[in-house]
Design a protein around this ligand. Sequence first.
Ligand SMILES: Nc1ncnc2c1ncn2[C@@H]1O[C@H](COP(=O)(O)OP(=O)(O)OP(=O)(O)O)[C@@H](O)[C@H]1O
Ligand SMILES: Cc1ncc(CO)c(N)n1
Length: 269
Amino acid sequence: MNKALTIAGSDSGGGAGIQADLKTFQELEVFGMSAITAVTAQNTLGVHGVYPMTPEAVVQQIQAIGEDIGTNAVKTGMLFSSDIIEAVSEQIRKYRWENLVVDPVMIAKGGASLLLQEAISAMKTHLIPLAKVITPNIPEAEVLTGLTIRSHEDKKEAALKLVELGVQTVVIKGGHDEDESESTDLLFDGSEFHTFTNQRIPTKNTHGTGCTFSAALTAELAKGSSIYDAVLTAKEFIQAAIEDGIDVGHGHGPTNHGAFRRRREFGNR
Ligand SMILES: Nc1ncnc2c1ncn2[C@@H]1O[C@H](COP(=O)(O)OP(=O)(O)OP(=O)(O)O)[C@@H](O)[C@H]1O
Ligand SMILES: Cc1ncc(CO)c(N)n1
């Protein structure tokens, strides 16, 4: 069985972070493993507490996997501090894990910071150059490039600037763009641009869309897919998950990680 490791934060509410990643890996028939970087007290209304792990605890979790089980792909999510980023980057280099997806998580939907300001430069210099794919949303791409992104052309300019950090492929996710009818993700592999467009679903239940999308992409890479095919599946996975979003809690509810598989097995009902 193919394996995937997520190095990310725990979301007690179950919709984002480690929980979203492991559910997604399972749905795509990949054996999921985790190294927890921080515990968050979180629900559909917001982040109520952030408790980072020590870098040593993160390293030990990664080593436990690296020394014994191994993995076909790795994704990173919430990393919180430069100390954790540096420790994680060193482990990824040590095990020569090249199938690396970096989701540069910075701010939760309610505005809580999941990455310290001081950690942005470590993310750019230590981690992103090791990645096969990075998957920023629009605000994250703005922070990483210093550009303002409004139009499709702006997204392209940001992608060109992001590959200069040393990453092979950039996917800028369109969840935050201003188009009310469609959500378009832009892929740039250093030479060609591709777009992935789906109808925008009018819903408040979008908690964890970014984590889920990048986890699906990671699972497909773990199975040996090309980056293009992996993004195609991830886009289909997140569309189904948002369409069948789960109405729990009083705020932004989670997506439905089981929707993609159920549709495959039983059709669209
Ligand atoms: N309302 C929507 N309808 C359809 N697709 C959407 C919608 N919102 C987001 N998406 C898609 O979901 C994926 C994640 O994008 P988004 O920009 O929301 O990530 P994110 O901001 O990192 O998410 P989060 O921080 O909540 O985990 C992308 O493929 C995007 O196009
Ligand atoms: C733990 C965690 N990681 C990532 C996100 C971004 O959605 C979140 N809300 N919580």
